[in-house]
Design a protein around this ligand. Structure first.
Ligand code: ATP
Length: 247
């Protein structure tokens, strides 16, 4: 039996999600991603970190099919990836104003009738009878996460899932992510909360200079933290020296 967070050796596992030579520019034609490569093995949870604006959300949107004007190829099990393989939790979630939480989830339930709204809500405790408009930011994110769980897709992409979520909710999210992993789903998650990723990921990728700059296995997560500290020091060393004189 393999423990959930036991280090996995990616070289011995079958690569299922493969991104090759991905290059992306928006209208301005400034390159956001350039010849980016990324591989994820079957049933693994991978994290994606990088400074604000480095292109994490853009990459996730390419994988989920929301952006289709990139160059390069994305493969799922050796074939061109279809957006139907992917479930995406976006950073910000938008809802129709006049729906209650329950009505929203019932739309998803239509696709998977065995999805038990009441059971899942025992974990999240949302006031499902209320209009979503009256939900807080964190409650909306929980609702969107619940809806995503009803979609039985092999690739699950979570963009900043822990943003705005209370401690209990983050704990529940992590537990559910581990269940999804046990069920063989492949997950890619961004987060600015380093510890939220180290607890659940098999690998973490650092996105910088428009590509996957460096990838870290579980045994190397400590190096990632040190690398980030060193990078910050190198880039802004002078400012760090002087800042105490001006604030
Ligand atoms: N629709 C768009 N049109 C033009 N430029 C965009 C668009 N969306 C994102 N960008 C630019 O692409 C770059 C990458 O943005 P992206 O949102 O992918 O970064 P990120 O790493 O997810 O950032 P953050 O950590 O702040 O969420 C940024 O410079 C951003 O301004």
């Amino acid at each position: 039996m393999q423990l959930i967070n036991e280090p996995t050796n990616v070289t011995t596992q079958r690569i299922v999600l493969s991104i090759k030579d991905l290059t992306l520019a928006y209208q301005s034609e400034r390159l956001i991603l350039e010849n980016l490569h990324l591989e994820i093995a079957d049933g693994q949870v991978h994290g994606l970190v990088g400074i604000n604006g480095s292109g994490k959300t853009s990459l996730l949107k390419c994988i989920s099919g929301e952006i289709d004007f990139y160059k390069g190829k994305i493969f799922w099990k050796g074939k061109a990836l279809s957006y139907k393989e992917v479930a995406l939790l976006e950073t910000n979630n938008y809802f129709y104003h006049y729906l209650t939480g329950r009505e929203y989830l019932q739309i998803f339930q239509a696709y998977q009738s065995q999805f038990d709204i009441a059971l899942v809500n025992e974990i999240f405790q949302l006031p499902l009878h209320e209009l979503i408009d009256n939900y807080s930011t964190g409650m909306k994110k929980k609702l969107a996460f619940m809806a995503l769980l009803s979609l039985d897709r092999p690739i699950i992409i979570l963009d900043e899932p822990f943003n705005g979520i209370d401690i209990e909710g983050s704990f529940a999210f992590r537990k559910i992510i581990n269940v999804l992993k046990e069920k063989g789903k492949t997950l890619l998650i961004t987060s600015h909360i380093f510890e939220s990723l180290t607890n659940i990921c098999d690998q973490i990728h650092y996105l910088a200079a428009k590509k996957i700059y460096k990838s870290y296995t579980q045994a190397e997560f400590g190096d990632l933290y040190k690398d980030l500290e060193n990078l910050l020091e190198k880039q802004n060393g002078y400012a760090w020296e002087k800042i105490k004189n001006i604030i």
